[in-house]
Design a binder for this molecule. Structure first.
Ligand code: HEC
Length: 165
């Protein structure tokens, strides 16, 4: 390929990309905040961590950020919020039965402990949402109070009991 043809095709692909990006802005994105239900009932220090670091994806009180207005970032943000609310929604805690509440309370800590939550892409854009050591301790204490026992734990506890003389 000659130098000039190469340049021309580069110009074309840049122009096409710009057009596609422009067109992408017209794809509708649902930035919703559905009605609030019975909210999670946790001590104030837990609530303040959840609200600061988790509520944008796990509540119906999402503060939609500026980049959620620009495609394709808007699509990713909307997807995280949709899937986040499906996984656990602290705004509609009353919809879970007591076992589900205990399990989610426990998972809230486990996901933080494993470093899975808050999502890294989010803390990159929201440095305030990073968890301090104190925040982690607050979530741990709450998570461990859940009284939730996993299926596996129940089994192994049973085994231990059996072996006990
Ligand atoms: C940027 C959005 C976002 C933020 C912020 C966020 N999460 Fe999530 N969370 C998700 C998504 C998406 C999922 C579902 C997919 C997955 O598990 O990765 C999820 C899943 C979960 C789950 C369920 C996991 C399971 O096994 O079902 C828990 C619990 C959770 N998050 C807790 C938290 C906590 C606690 C925080 C704050 C410290 C937090 N998340 C912050 C997006 C987010």
């Amino acid at each position: 390929m000659g130098r000039h043809t190469w340049r021309r095709s580069l110009k074309w692909s840049l122009a096409t990309s710009a057009l596609l990006l422009l067109a992408a802005q017209f794809v509708p994105v649902a930035r919703t905040n559905p009605p609030l239900g019975i909210e999670v009932d946790a001590p104030p220090e837990v609530m303040s961590v959840l609200k600061r670091s988790c509520y944008d994806c796990h509540s119906n009180e999402t503060r939609w950020p500026w980049y959620s207005r620009i495609a394709p970032a808007s699509w990713l943000a909307a997807k995280d919020v949709r899937e986040g609310r499906e996984a656990v929604n602290y705004s509609t805690w009353g919809r879970y039965d007591s076992e589900e509440r205990a399990e989610l309370q426990r998972e809230t800590w486990e996901d933080v402990e494993e470093g899975e939550m808050p999502l890294r892409i989010y803390t990159l854009m929201h440095p305030d949402a990073r968890l301090s050591q104190t925040d982690r301790t607050v979530l741990r204490d709450w998570g461990l109070q859940s009284g939730y026992v996993e299926e596996d734990d129940r089994d192994s506890m049973g085994e231990l009991d059996d072996k006990d003389p």
